[in-house]
Design a protein around this ligand. Sequence first.
Ligand code: NAP
Ligand code: GDD
Length: 329
Amino acid sequence: MSRRKRALITGITGQDGSYLAEFLLDQGYEVVGMVRRTSTVNFDRIQHIQDKLTLVAGDLMDEVSLMAILKEHRPQEVYNLAAQSFVKTSWTQPVFTGEVTALGVTRVLDAIRMVDPEIRFYQASSSEMFGKVQQVPQTERTPYYPRSPYGVAKVYGHWITVNYRESYDLFACSGILFNHESPRRGLEFVTHKVTYHVAKIKLGLADRLPLGNLEAQRDWGYAPDYVRAMWLMLQEDHPDDYVVATGETHSVRRLCEVAFGSVGLNWEDYVYVNPDDLRPAEVDLLVGDASKARRELGWAPTVTFEQMIQMMVEADLEALRSQRQPMRL
Ligand code: NAP
Ligand code: GDD
């Protein structure tokens, strides 16, 4: 039997899954990644480490597949990162979002309870749960007021994690992560939408950028910093919940200023408000207080907002110049 620790990541093909897989491999883990069966392979974000991973087919909609994976691969840690994660889509696919993002968590927890209750579990909870914020800044004790079907589903996922911890004594942690970005961020999210358009405009490949609410404020951090926090939670003596955030907030307008400014352009010459990019209900302001994670996990962010946006613009310029798809590597 191998003595290396083994971790299972659901959502390994996503932004966070790819960074977490790299991080765990660096820590000496064997990494098992659950992937959905798709008609076209979408391993772009993990292509560079694919030969070091064990990829297995499964789906959060299908508990049988989850149990089979746990039985066969016997991980000591499970990171549940899979979700329908785009807030806007959750209004057009609310039931599907609930099935995957909410009930999917119960399916994983139940599979753990039945196959191996010693497994340590991480749930990808979200600052979107704070929604119409009841306190500024938001902490682990701030009440939730979700403003989207996605936010509602994440509140369910959070509480079922707490409930299984309390009901069955599982080592189940919930990381309440604020927005985190990177060059691997999906193109539909606002940071990458902006940096990709900045790169296209700079190279003469586009001339306008449609956006929704320019006044929304987010606490944007750097994804590789955030996956480290996930791992730290599972190394503690006791399971708990932690806010992970930078403590700084910026508006979408400021994001545009920084991104366009980084290549010497004035954002107001290109950006216009497109009503289709507005949401039925908005989360106006998120800013997290991560003192508990700093104190108990020794966690701190290492990359500033401005550095991260600059990095994303440069990666998009590079990708466009070499005619690669921008969002992946
Ligand atoms: P992402 O890039 O959208 O990745 C989502 C992953 O979930 C993908 O690998 C996707 O697989 C997988 N997935 C979707 N539905 C599935 C299903 N039914 N069964 C199995 N896998 C499924 O998201 P991310 O930004 O990495 O975020 C990771 C997690 O953290 C998500 O749960 C998200 O809600 C949460 N979160 C993210 C942030 C953030 O700012 N990034 C903040 C707080 C919480 P495919 O590749 O096949 O689509
Ligand atoms: N996507 C997008 N596109 N957002 C826009 C646009 C646009 O054209 N224009 C303005 N925005 C605003 C949105 O209305 C929102 O207030 C803000 O920009 C951020 O939107 P997203 O980047 O789509 O992220 P999000 O905050 O809704 O959700 C992300 O963060 C959550 C954590 O708080 C996702 O990663 C979620 O999965 C995550 O849980």
